[in-house]
Design a protein around this ligand. Sequence first.
Ligand SMILES: O=C(O)CCC(=O)C(=O)O
Length: 250
Amino acid sequence: MADSHRVAPFTKGSMDALIGGEAVAVRLDRFASEDEIAGLAQLLLRGSIRTNSIAEVTRLGISQFEQGVRGSKEAYFAAAREQQGFADRVRQASFWPLDRFMAALGALGYDVDLMSEPGFGSYWAGNGKLRNGTTPVHVDFSPQDSPGWAVGEVRAQLAWNLYLVCAPTDELIIWDRQWCPADDDHLVPGEYFYDATVVEGATRFAIAPRPGEILVLNSRNYHTVATCENRLAFGSFIGVVAPDTLRFWS
Ligand SMILES: O=C(O)CCC(=O)C(=O)O
């Protein structure tokens, strides 16, 4: 169902509805100009380190799952400190979208900051994601995969993406259904994704991203990315740690 009118505009009310699981996505139009996204795409593609958790996404940066859960807290927070220099170089040459998006959420009345881990300090937030192929039905919800981490304690989890390069045929598909522990019976053995039966009966929304805009989704909702080629986005996760209190990480 192509139903992009169900995508809510960027207001405090829509963001609260997204956090509460009553909206599937929020769109922030014209977040960056064509020149800004072209400059940022070039800096990311040329200057960032490349890591992978799944075959179809080359991450231009690091992640708490890859360096942390699959590695260690020490490895992730060491990598997070090293990444600071890259963000500063992008800030000087262009703009760091995380700064601008945090300011926009702050202006709506949220308390915003980086996520912090007791004994380790601030998480890293803000990666490019270069996609080729299809991402099957999955959720991103740290209470499911990160026990023992501060991100494993979040009350709700969102994901935001600023689209830099995408085609008119690209689609982000989100179901109006959130993960619960019993759903893990539908996990494809040995994989992070689910059999499509997990979303049976749920409403499906197909959203076409546009370059220069941000889409925010509740990443506990089942979602998938339809086949795409060299699609480039930049974003992170956001955890709700207390009412109106948002903490960012990648
Ligand atoms: O690339 C997109 O449109 C967003 C997808 C996403 O955030 C995810 O698969 O976790």
